[in-house]
Design a protein around this ligand. Structure first.
Ligand code: ATP
Length: 133
């Protein structure tokens, strides 16, 4: 049998994924990072984006919003701020969050935390994009 590697995706709230996989592509802060089993050890920051894992010929998408990845001994550990499997994303909720963030950014008031609204907008757009087939 072909070698696999362990992928753990953990957030402060829960373990989102913990299974053997064939391949992982993660949204590194400096660009996409691809991991096959026996990858050299590495630690990298992640940005808001879609992680793709391949398992038994099938690809699963997971929306993540920042964090870190550590790769060592055929084990990939993703510590993410938030993470949702594509099939568990509530698209209506993400559309609503997107609309709220866009409204806040359009207000241009001094009371708006622009960075926070932009981060919320990015998370919402990322979730919508991950949930698309
Ligand atoms: P909202 O305003 O809808 O809460 P948010 O971007 O502020 O969106 P986060 O703080 O990033 O939400 O996430 C809070 C929790 O809710 C996390 O556990 C996250 O995985 C989950 N979550 C957020 N949005 C969704 C969604 N659209 N579908 C499924 N889970 C979600």
């Amino acid at each position: 049998m072909a070698k696999t590697q362990r992928l753990d995706i953990v957030t402060p709230e829960k373990v989102v994924f913990s299974e053997e996989v064939d391949y992982v592509v993660a949204p590194g802060s400096e660009g996409e990072l691809g991991f096959l089993p026996e990858h050299t050890p590495l630690v990298s920051a992640l940005k808001t984006g879609v992680l793709r894992l391949t398992q038994d010929g099938k690809t699963i998408k997971v929306a993540i919003s920042g964090g870190f990845v550590e790769v060592k001994n055929s084990r990939v550990v993703v510590l993410a701020d938030t993470a949702e499997r594509a099939d568990q994303i509530d698209v209506a909720r993400a559309e609503e969050a997107k609309r709220r963030a866009e409204q806040r950014l359009a207000q241009k008031s001094e009371n708006i935390d622009i960075a926070r609204a932009e981060a919320a907008l990015k998370r919402a757009i990322n979730r919508i994009s991950a949930a698309q087939k």
